[in-house]
Write a protein that binds this ligand. Structure first.
Ligand code: C2O
Ligand code: CU
Length: 492
């Protein structure tokens, strides 16, 4: 890096990302791809068993260069797990997944299935790490239909590990949803969004700018820089996950047409919402329909990114991917006016709330803190009883940063943001709450009555999470310990 040492550090980093950073890729020159669906290694009458090895792999991301990733089964994103929600009266459980995560990646890991209420010992507790050479069987209950993701959650190193590639999608469907006439099969498409920085030789550069944030100059979807997706002139359902470490996006279409929103983090909304532009912070998921039937064959539709405060902008961070309408097909899908009818109104949940808690996300003495405190596995900051409904007021007191706040275990709804109604696209169950610069957000959620124990809550700018904007709550007292099913050594 040729920059003068007298320059402010942030400037040097920015110079680094821009000049020494990513070799040029022409946006929309690389083909779109979808991660493969993982097959179980075996199945029995109640359970599907999967196996995923975390290991380093050398892959093609940039033309003419090899890039080392930290992968699930040799790829990033990892393979997608697709499950059905099926209830078994005999076991009084839904069909389960048992996923054996084998650590061959050379650093300690723990795996969190983001968005599914798993028992504490299978939730990817940050300190419950598998050392290299160890494995752990994580049990997942598949108790509701939603677009989830699995990712690394290692204490103090989540950002680096996820950035290097340890992230994959996990999709659960149920009969109710499959009976709706929404686009299905190959027209139901996961999109994992992440920004990256590459060195000239193709290496991934993890640069958190002094524990502040990671801001890539290359935008990838499903691991491909600015891909071009060929589509038919019909409707598609997209499941968009922002798996970026720190970057939030303000997305719109080059045609100025609507996204027809159908889902939030935790599944379908009550009814569709038409939206021209939306922001999505790290770890949020949104599902929407794009209707390409309105365009003549040959039309190009660009998914564009606008400017948000505190994102570093580079030449091509204003674009994400290209849809090109290349063929004509009939379309029997449609978008029902009612998608789901069991989401309680926010006012009804508020009337059931038994208490209100305040969480202030702040910057203090060079650390990211919550209510003035850093992470301590021996401290519990909230102790709801099983079944309690609570209101949490989340304040962004850290000035010019946005914080996407994730609460493990529970789904909640947004009551308001700065006393205003939530955006139309946020009205549904969520587990990540975008608390923008100078914003405060109130949420209301119910703490499960079946799953006691300790769960984390943190900023999902994982650089902030790592240093040290994370705390924990405990549902009930003395539930199962997050360490109660420790990792096991691989057989020699
Ligand atoms: Cu997606 Cu605690 O994480
Ligand atoms: Cu944050």
């Amino acid at each position: 890096m040729g920059g003068s040492l007298l320059l402010p550090l942030s400037y040097q980093y920015r110079t680094y990302a821009k000049d020494a950073g990513s070799p040029k890729v022409i946006p929309f020159s690389l083909p779109f791809k979808i991660p493969p669906v993982l097959r179980p290694v075996r199945s029995d009458s109640t359970t599907d068993y999967y196996e995923i090895t975390m290991r380093r792999a050398s892959v093609d991301i940039l033309p003419g260069r090899k890039t080392e990733i930290w992968s699930y089964n040799g790829m990033s994103p990892g393979p997608t797990i697709r499950q059905r929600k099926v209830w078994y009266p005999e076991t009084q459980q839904f069909r389960r997944s048992v996923v054996r995560f084998i650590n061959s990646v050379g650093v300690p890991t723990t795996v969190h299935l983001h968005g599914m209420a798993s028992l504490p010992q299978y939730d990817g507790y940050a300190e419950d790490m598998s050392a290299p050479g160890f494995y752990k069987d994580y049990i997942y209950p598949n108790n509701r239909a939603a677009t989830l993701w699995y990712h690394d959650h290692a204490l103090h190193n989540t950002a680096r590990n996820v950035y290097m590639g340890l992230a994959g999608m996990y999709i659960v469907e149920d009969d109710e949803e499959l009976n709706l006439p929404l686009p299905k099969g190959q027209y139901d498409v996961p999109l994992m969004l992440a920004d990256k920085i590459f060195a000239r030789d193709g290496r991934q550069v993890f640069d958190d700018q002094g524990e502040k944030h990671v801001m890539g100059d290359v935008i990838t979807i499903n691991g491909v820089p600015w891909p071009r997706m060929e589509v038919a002139n019909r409707k598609y359902r997209f499941r968009l996950l922002n798996a970026s470490i720190s970057r939030s996006y303000l997305l719109k279409l080059s045609t100025a047409d609507d996204f027809i929103f159908i889902g939030t983090d935790a599944g379908l909304m009550s009814q569709p919402a038409r939206v021209k532009e939306f922001r999505i912070g790290p770890a949020e998921r949104y599902e929407f329909i794009l209707d390409f039937s309105r365009y003549p064959i040959g039309t190009q539709v660009i998914l564009q990114n606008g400017k948000l405060p505190n994102n570093d902008e580079f030449d091509n961070t204003d674009k994400v991917m290209l849809f090109e309408v290349t063929r004509s097909e009939t379309d029997n899908s449609s978008i029902p006016n009612v998608l789901r009818n069991n989401i309680p109104p926010v006012s009804e949940m508020m009337s059931q709330a038994v208490r209100t808690r305040d969480f202030r996300y702040e910057r203090s003495n060079g650390l990211w803190v919550i209510n003035g405190k850093t992470w301590d596995k021996n401290r519990v900051d909230a102790n709801p009883a099983p079944g309690d409904v609570e209101i949490w007021r989340i304040y962004n007191n850290a000035g010019g940063w946005h914080h996407p706040i994730h609460v493990h275990l529970v789904d909640a709804q947004i009551i308001d943001r700065n006393s205003q109604q939530p955006f139309a696209y946020e009205r549904g169950w969520k587990d990540v709450f975008y608390v923008g610069e100078n914003e405060s957000v109130q949420i209301v959620g119910k703490f499960s009555s079946t799953t006691g124990g300790k769960y984390m809550s943190h900023c999902h700018n994982t650089v902030h999470e790592d240093h040290d904007m994370m705390n924990q709550f405990e549902v009930g007292i003395g539930g199962p310990s997050p360490f109660s099913d420790p990792p096991k050594p691989l057989p020699a």
